[in-house]
Design a protein around this ligand. Structure first.
Ligand code: ZN
Length: 261
């Protein structure tokens, strides 16, 4: 079984900032795809915002089991049509892992139906991540806690709906805390938000971060066939009811009609 994984990178900081370009000479998206490819069952490739259709053509998404999303400076440049396409694939069963500043991406905000806002500070603080769900597959192989020597601070309140599961919470040197690993289900798709990953720090080279994301890809993979036509809302006419019934009372709709949207 192969888990076909696509890493979507905004690829803007890498081009504009010398610091980021030196840290991630092949881009953050390729750094992530590279370590994921060390896992035997994962086959990771990367696409970027600058590719035609942002690299997320219907064919590419149909052959993607898990999509990873890193965006920050150009959320607004992602086309709404592509966002809808990604969302439909999530509803149909594609896994989605949203990283760090992806909390403000169009796709994450759409799937959360919430502002997804938070407090933040870029001061190179130590982040200590605590595993809050020791038996969770995403935490497999990790110590009870681990540290990232330099990270951007994200603090509560985090404007997201209550998650299905909280897998990590973070503490920062300045005193703030944050729910830094959250799971959701949207339709048939599993969604994981993972907080670390500021572009100015070497976070994606950290062994524990790599374990988290490798585990998350396995967790988010739904091996069932992708559900198509996720927006269908068919009218079941009286004659097709499983038990015999007779229509009664007033009605506004014609049998078998499309219904309103
Ligand atoms: Zn950041």
């Amino acid at each position: 079984m192969t888990i076909r994984t696509t890493v979507w990178g905004e690829n803007v900081h890498e081009k504009k900032s010398k610091i980021v370009a030196e840290l991630y000479p092949k881009g953050m998206h390729n750094a992530i795809a590279d370590f994921l490819n060390h896992a035997e069952e994962i086959e990771a490739s990367s696409v970027t915002l600058q590719d035609p259709e942002h690299g997320l053509t219907a064919d590419k998404l149909a052959s993607t089991d898990v999509l990873i999303w890193w965006g920050h400076a150009a959320h607004g440049e992602v086309s709404d049509e592509i966002v809808e396409r990604v969302a439909d694939n999530v509803y149909g069963g594609m896994g989605l892992i949203v990283l760090h500043s992806g909390h403000f991406s169009k796709i994450f905000k759409k799937l959360m139906g919430a502002p997804c806002n938070l407090t933040w500070r870029e001061a190179g603080e130590r982040e200590r991540l605590w595993v809050t769900s020791r038996q969770h597959p995403i935490a497999r192989g990790l110590p009870d806690h681990f540290e990232l020597e330099q990270e951007e601070m994200y603090g509560e309140p985090f404007g997201v709906p209550e998650p299905l599961e909280t897998v990590f919470v973070s503490w920062f040197q300045g005193g703030e805390i944050f729910r830094s690993g959250l799971t959701y289900r949207r339709g048939a798709g599993s969604v994981f938000y993972f907080r670390p990953g500021h572009e100015a720090y070497p976070t994606y080279y950290d062994d524990n971060v790599q374990i988290v994301l490798t585990n998350a890809v396995r967790w988010a993979h739904n091996p069932a066939e992708r559900t198509l036509n996720v927006h269908d809302a068919p009218n079941i006419v009286v004659e097709e009811a499983l038990e015999p019934i007779t229509a009664r009372g007033p009605k506004l709709h014609e049998d078998g009609e499309e219904g309103y949207r």
